[in-house]
Design a protein around this ligand. Structure first.
Ligand SMILES: [Zn+2]
Length: 245
């Protein structure tokens, strides 16, 4: 098997791992409003910690690139959001309608966009050595599981089934195998772009946390409880990332 095929298959495996995040929802009962609020709080904490990790990864390679990338990420996501909200005909996504469909589309869209950068990171790291590549593959695969959880935490309480949530979780990581191969083959060209991509993803995800997930959480659940859940999920995800490194 050629090394390029191996990179593709390993990156595909990281995408499949994202679907594991939906597993806990096979066992949950019908959601309440408060449960929806706390799910949003948990998703916010997971995403906030994930963006910190991405920004850190990028800052090691090029701090200025991360800042520029984050700025572009903010502008991009605000424009996308505006586009989604002026939509005249009712939005439909994963069997959801209206506002719920928009939220679902937004989180799946943002998580899919951020996977492009991770795919590039995967390919570039394989370009600098198989050992590093395997390590980064494992790190991304494991880190994808709570990201699938974050997506499912937004989708399932709004009425999406666990299987469908798993599908959209895996979907959000498909850019990883797609980007890993060109990044591996053209590692010289992709390497310098990585800090910008990491910054972009961190900027867009942070925006989603503060503009969407936290306000939603606070509408459905008491502030103190939201604060506790956000803090616990931030620390949980950070500890998890440190353990995986
Ligand atoms: Zn990620």
């Amino acid at each position: 098997m050629s090394e390029t095929v191996l990179v593709f298959l390993l990156a595909l495996l990281t995408a499949v791992a994202t679907g594991l995040g939906a597993l806990p929802f096979l066992f949950t009962r019908k959601p309440t409003r408060r449960w929806l609020g706390l799910s949003n709080a948990a998703a916010a904490g997971l995403m906030l910690a994930a963006s910190l990790g991405l920004a850190y990864e990028g800052a090691v390679r090029g701090p200025l690139g991360v800042l520029v990338g984050a700025g572009i990420g903010f502008v991009f996501i605000v424009l996308v959001r505006r586009l989604l909200s002026v939509e005249e005909h009712p939005a439909v996504f994963a069997g959801l309608g209206g506002l719920d469909a928009r939220k679902g589309l937004l989180i799946v869209g943002i998580m899919t966009a951020h996977s492009f950068t991770e795919g590039v990171g995967l390919g570039v790291s394989f370009g600098s050595g198989t050992d590093l590549g395997l390590f980064i593959t494992l790190a991304i695969a494991v880190h994808n599981i709570p990201e699938g959880l974050a997506i499912s935490l937004v989708l399932v309480p709004r009425g999406v089934g666990a299987g469908r949530a798993a599908f959209w979780s895996v979907f959000s990581s498909l850019p990883q195998p797609l980007m890993a191969v060109p990044a591996f083959v053209f590692v010289e060209a992709f390497g310098p772009l990585l800090p910008y991509g990491l910054g972009f993803a961190a900027g867009a995800m942070t925006w989603m946390v503060f503009a969407e997930l936290l306000p939603d959480a606070r509408r459905e659940a008491p502030d103190r409880l939201v604060a506790v859940v956000v803090a616990l999920s931030v620390f949980g995800m950070l500890a998890f990332q440190i353990l995986v490194r």
